[in-house]
Ligand binder design. Structure first.
Ligand code: FES
Length: 165
């Protein structure tokens, strides 16, 4: 007998199951399932890992292995409603990306990877966002913010933004 679910809702499980026909086996659903959980909770706690494993018929360690392979997923606490990735790869670094990260974080009183006390914004360094023409740039949820300065980035990140993770 499997333990009752505590974290995954029926809706989350239904979303996972709806994707199943697109994948060759249930193991291949691991990453999409983690994204579904993350989209709802803004993190993937260990309890969710165990429950995803139950749904997929895998060992929890297999799901945890996949999760920890990527830096994308937070496991301790939810990230902000807006998650801003500040590029620190070469094109952006040459155009002030490191200073951009430091100054935008400091304008919100947080460190890189930190979340504002109101839970609205998390700022994280990121590798190339594939938009080197617009360096330095930031991906804030689904919005690409181009040619940023510390001032313009702070102003942009203060605007309401559609939620996506
Ligand atoms: S180096 Fe920043 S987007 Fe490519």
């Amino acid at each position: 007998m499997t333990a009752p679910r505590k974290v995954l809702t029926d809706a989350m499980v239904a979303q996972i199951e709806a994707l199943a026909p697109r994948y060759p086996n249930r193991r291949a659903l691991t990453l999409p399932a983690l994204h579904i959980v993350n989209a709802e909770l803004r993190y993937v706690p260990l309890e969710a890992v165990v429950e995803v494993a139950q749904v997929l018929g895998l060992a929890p360690a297999e799901v945890q292995d996949t999760l920890t392979f990527y830096q994308f997923f937070h496991q301790e606490k939810p990230h902000g409603k807006v998650r801003a990735f500040v590029c620190r790869s070469i094109s952006c670094a040459l155009r002030g990306g490191d200073e951009l990260l430091e100054r935008v974080c400091s304008s919100y009183g947080i460190r890189p990877y930190g979340t504002t006390p109101d839970g609205e914004l998390t700022i994280e360094p990121a590798e190339c966002l594939g938009a080197c023409d617009f360096a330095p740039c930031i991906l804030a949820n689904d919005d690409l913010l181009k040619n940023m300065t510390p001032e313009s980035a702070t102003a942009e990140l203060s605007k309401p933004r559609a939620r996506a993770t």
